[in-house]
Design a protein around this ligand. Structure first.
Ligand SMILES: Cc1cc2nc3c(=O)[nH]c(=O)nc-3n(C[C@H](O)[C@H](O)[C@H](O)COP(=O)(O)O)c2cc1C
Length: 485
């Protein structure tokens, strides 16, 4: 893919969709209902095709004008993720090589380019003010059969400003429609948006907020990626694109949002009023966390393009439509964080889809010293990508491919003595979404580090692995090419 077409695909959601369609990875679906059908169509397809499923663009949604569209599965394939990261998509199908390549591209964002404030942009094609604000004009889905309501925000970006430092944060946090001009958002404890929001609410003040729900691909990628405090998402996005992201400031709050967004809502999170939020089918495959009161958001403006596209990321029992990119982004983030912590010789990492990209993490290392594997497991278990609601951290030697579950189970079954090589950490970062958290005022979990490396003291004497040498394997492949095609 040329630099020019990469830049085009990064430009906005419509140009990204055009690139995806030209590649044959877009399916247009007519007539599916916003009430439980959009999510089900997506779930059934992704369960069947996993990473080969197309991006879905729903149109002709009952009760809504033609052209009011809904999109799912934005980055669900190697091509789609590679495209938005601005890299050559035909690199490899091997996970580790892809991860190395993704890491390099993700880092481009770390050069930071400040956004540019502009006065005009397609998102201003329609501005609904005050009494004209009406979320029901948009085909907001009920994604899962047992959800507590219609969720307008799933693949979204919630924008807040720290009242002390002024830092602008963009995070993906689910947003439930409550009424035509009200909604509420669930933000887990410890997330940056939650910390910023609570500073206003604790002072008895409303928290200004902007929610981008027709997210352009770059902003969406940034919003769901755990950035260090010092890295504002909009600046990372500019770095990735190699040009400033163009932003418009909201009329009411002054909070900035991308000028080429599809739909943006702007308002205030109340310090005094709440609404019942949830339940919602979550990333681990459960309706967990029940329904709880969350601060109410009063919407003052809706900005949207003509014939807007609402972006969605409905989670279901894994694998589902937005895990592919999560696994890459979190694995890349984990490797970067380990490197920054000065931990040597970590060779690979993989957060498996079956664990919702969070609960089952595997790291491979080249063992250097006694305790190296414990060090890697313990540190990794608390770093940004893994710290929140993790459960199992497995450390393997570098002859084991962390992305290959057969390899991993083999190592666990042959190199780990459960009695002496497992470590349990208690009182770790969790949330009310955790299926095992019972007391919603005690948001801790425990996690286990499984040291599935050969014991360091036995490295020289451990039984030899029984597999063909690379030379013999290459020889038989060359001799019987038909057999191995
Ligand atoms: C599709 C999707 C949905 C998400 N939904 C939520 C959510 O409802 N609440 C939440 O706290 N985090 C949610 N997350 C995780 C956060 O977006 C993620 O941890 C992000 O890094 C948070 O940004 P922050 O570090 O700026 O708080 C979601 C992530 C994705 C990709």
């Amino acid at each position: 893919m040329s630099n020019e077409s990469t830049a085009t695909a990064q430009n906005d959601l419509r140009e990204f969709i055009a690139t995806v369609e030209a590649r044959g990875e877009l399916a247009r679906v007519e007539g599916a209902h916003w009430n439980r059908e959009l999510g089900a169509v997506t779930e059934v397809l992704y369960r069947q095709k996993v990473e080969k499923a197309p991006m879905l663009l729903f149109d002709g949604i009952p009760d809504y004008p033609k052209g009011h569209r809904v999109a799912y599965g934005m980055f669900g394939s190697p091509f789609r993720l590679a495209t938005v990261l601005g890299m050559e998509p035909s690199l490899s199908t091997h996970r580790k090589e892809m991860l190395d390549h993704f890491r390099k591209n993700i880092k481009k964002g770390f050069k930071r380019i400040a956004p540019k404030i502009v006065k005009e942009g397609p998102v201003l094609e329609n501005v609904l003010r005050d009494g004209a604000v009406d979320l029901t004009r948009l085909p907001v889905p009920i994604h899962h059969e047992e959800d507590g309501g219609r969720y307008i925000g799933t693949a979204c970006g919630v924008v807040t400003r720290d009242p002390e430092s002024g830092r602008i944060n963009v995070g993906t946090y689910r947003v439930q429609m409550i009424g035509p001009d009200t909604c509420t958002s669930y933000i887990s404890n410890g997330k940056q948006g939650r910390i910023q929001r609570d500073k206003y609410l604790k002072a008895g003040k409303p928290c200004p907020v902007v929610i981008i729900i027709g997210c352009d691909p770059i902003t969406y990628l940034a919003a769901g990626f755990t950035m260090p405090d010092a890295m504002p998402e909009y600046e990372w996005a500019g770095g990735l694109m190699d040009r400033p992201l163009e932003l418009i400031e909201g009329e009411v709050t002054g909070l900035p949002f991308p000028a080429r967004s599809e739909i943006v809502i702007e308002g205030e999170i109340s310090a005094t009023e709440t609404a019942l939020e949830g339940p919602f089918g979550e990333w681990h495959g459960y309706y967990a966390g029940d329904a709880r009161e969350e601060p109410l958001i009063h919407i003052k403006r809706i900005y949207h393009r003509n014939q807007p596209i609402l972006t969605c990321a409905a989670s279901q029992k894994p694998p589902h439509s937005h895990l592919f990119e999560r696994c890459f982004l979190r694995s890349a983030g984990l490797l970067d964080a380990l490197e920054a912590a000065g931990i040597p010789d970590v060779r690979g990492a993989w957060l498996h889809q079956a664990g919702g990209g969070r609960t089952f993490c595997v790291l491979s290392i080249k063992q250097r010293y006694f305790g190296h594997s414990t060090q890697v497991g313990v540190v990794a278990s608390q770093l940004a990508s893994v710290g929140y609601i993790s459960r199992w951290i497995v450390v393997v030697d570098d002859d084991v491919d962390p992305t290959d579950i057969h390899d991993v189970i083999w190592a666990m079954g042959t190199r780990c003595d459960p009695k002496s090589r497992t470590t349990v950490l208690d009182h770790c970062w969790s949330s009310r979404l955790d299926t095992l958290v019972r007391d919603k005022n005690m948001l801790y979990n425990s996690r286990m580090i499984i040291d599935a490396c050969r014991p360091y003291e036995l490295l020289d004497t451990f039984p030899k692995v029984c597999e063909s040498s690379p030379e013999l394997a290459a020889k038989v492949r060359a001799k019987y090419p038909e057999l191995y095609r």
